[in-house]
Design a protein around this ligand. Sequence first.
Ligand SMILES: [Zn+2]
Ligand SMILES: [Zn+2]
Length: 128
Amino acid sequence: MHQQRNTKQKQVVETMLKQAGRPLLPKELLSKAQESLPQLGVATVFRALKKMVDEGTATVVCLPGDSPRYEPSGLTHHHHFKCSECECVFEVNGCPGHLDELLPKGFQLTGHEITLFGRCADCSADHL
Ligand SMILES: [Zn+2]
Ligand SMILES: [Zn+2]
């Protein structure tokens, strides 16, 4: 019985993360998941996320100076945008590429992360 409940809770967390379409903090995920499971606690969300990372269904998104956020695994190569007003992080599709051209001579590029900062559409609208 206990096991079943845990499985259901993890499913809700997993579904919410997929539906969100952007990387979420555990507390953001918690408030979304509580809409369908009001009794859900933050410890359960952390446990579910850890399990999903172990299983490979979720990926940790670490922006400099921020707590880890989570997004579903298997997304195509993309980057992130952080709104400096509401502090939400969004997926940015596309990549400028050719970043190896920036490297000093003799260096080899093995990966990159790009974070854009600014105001999201909702927060920009507030400023009109
Ligand atoms: Zn915003
Ligand atoms: Zn890229």
